[in-house]
Design a protein around this ligand. Structure first.
Ligand code: SF4
Length: 403
């Protein structure tokens, strides 16, 4: 069955006729919308880093009408983890604690140096204990072998939280390893990004949202209902194939024309209205939501997960006396000149940053958006800047009949 599904996906992905029909439909909706409303420029936010990857990798922007912009949102957990926590991890690594981390966090630069070091990779090169792992289970396996004080940097969105929760509930984590939960919840960030997008009447507003597919498998479509209800903005939860994204854009445009914003699931093969209820209940058993800081943005209400008191024996905050960042001592924590804070809110493209592909490159990242494979700057650096895409757009539009 799964082989059949993957063959079907391949056929769909390569079906040019289907793509032509969808693109034509998007254009039809757009012209109707312009005629009815007089609006000639709007933005659609693709929240998730993996969607931004699909959009940029497959040149989807080049297939859209000129007035429809796709902008990335804050859907890269590494990009929005405050520098303060990176600094705390560097400090632990230099103090002899083994720090387990994902590969992209390893290269993430802090805003301030810790004993002259700006990243876990720099600390590691100078003798700090840092190990790159693929997940918490790999850290558990390794920590059991050496038995020394260790911490796992638990960075991610709702998608990683059920795995962490299960490991905590089942007491799979050995006594020498502690979990530093830096998990973030995505809906508050989306609401914030939408509010910011409405602030400047001179800029085209965000009129549609492509909601994250992976996160929605856990949260369910219901998590995005406030976007449609409170902001009057259509939401489509999309899969990750280029055809998925195009269909999602088409469904947003359709809703705009009909004037009835709602939450639509395009990614029906993985997402339901209620989501994974068992995963949600294990998350809330272990974690509680807290007001949390997002790098370059500041504190967003109820946007982070920390471990409940019942599990404090497994909590790295408690074990190592790591102080929580508070709104009083949070300060703007982006490197000088870096426009990442605007990039993650859909207010700037990476190519509008003066450092993009000059001082800041994937091999030598300055800002957090250039570090992770889900970071918008890293994606654009690899697959093309806006100028390049615009050139391609003109060529492709010619090839598909001036759509
Ligand atoms: S190119 Fe680098 S410095 Fe500029 S916004 Fe992106 S991450 Fe920041």
């Amino acid at each position: 069955m799964s082989k059949l599904l993957s063959e079907l996906e391949n056929i769909l992905r390569k079906n040019r006729d289907l793509v032509r029909v969808i693109v034509r439909k998007i254009n039809d909706y757009w012209f109707s919308y312009m005629k009815e409303t007089g609006v000639d420029h709007l933005k659609i936010m693709d929240f998730c880093g993996t969607h931004e990857w699909t959009i940029t990798h497959y040149g989807i922007r080049s297939l859209l009408p000129r007035g429809v912009e796709l902008v990335a949102g804050p859907g890269c957990p590494v990009c929005v983890t405050p520098s303060y926590y990176v600094e705390e991890l560097i400090r632990l690594a230099l103090d002899g604690v083994t720090v387990y981390t994902y590969g992209d966090v390893y290269k993430l630069r802090s805003h301030r140096s810790v004993k002259g070091f700006y990243s876990l990779s720099e600390a590691h090169a100078s003798g700090g204990n840092v190990k790159v792992v693929s997940d918490l289970l790999a850290a558990i396996k390794d920590a059991k072998l050496h038995g020394k004080p260790s911490v796992f940097a638990g960075i991610g969105f709702e998608t990683v939280a059920p795995g962490y929760a299960q490991a905590v509930i089942k007491r799979l984590i050995p006594g020498n390893l502690k979990l530093l939960s830096l998990v973030k919840l995505t809906p508050p960030a989306m609401f914030y990004a939408l509010e910011v997008s409405q602030e400047k009447p001179t800029e085209p507003p965000v009129k549609g949202v492509i909601a994250p597919g992976h996160v929605s498998t856990v949260t369910g479509a219901k998590a995005w209902e406030p976007v449609a209800e409170n902001y009057g903005i259509p939401v489509v939860i999309s899969g990750f194939e280029p055809v998925d994204v195009l269909v999602s854009i088409m469904k947003i445009m359709e809703q705009l024309v009909r004037g009835k914003p709602s939450v639509v699931i395009e990614y029906v093969r993985a997402v339901s209205y209620h989501g994974d209820v068992a995963a949600q209940s294990s998350i809330w058993r272990v974690f509680e939501s807290v007001d949390d800081a997002w790098r370059g943005i500041g504190f967003l209400p109820k946007s982070g997960l920390r471990m409940r008191e019942d599990y404090s024996d497994q909590d790295a905050f408690k074990e190592y006396g790591i102080r929580e960042l508070s709104p009083v001592d949070w300060g703007y924590d982006m490197p000088s000149g870096c426009r990442c804070a605007e990039v993650v809110l859909g207010k700037a493209y990476p190519s509008q940053c003066p450092l993009f592909l000059r001082a800041c490159t994937p091999s030598s990242p300055i800002g957090p958006c250039m570090v992770s494979a889900e970071g918008t700057c890293a994606i654009w650096a690899k697959y093309g800047s806006r100028d390049l895409l615009l050139k391609l757009s003109i060529e492709l539009k010619g090839n598909i009949g001036g759509a």
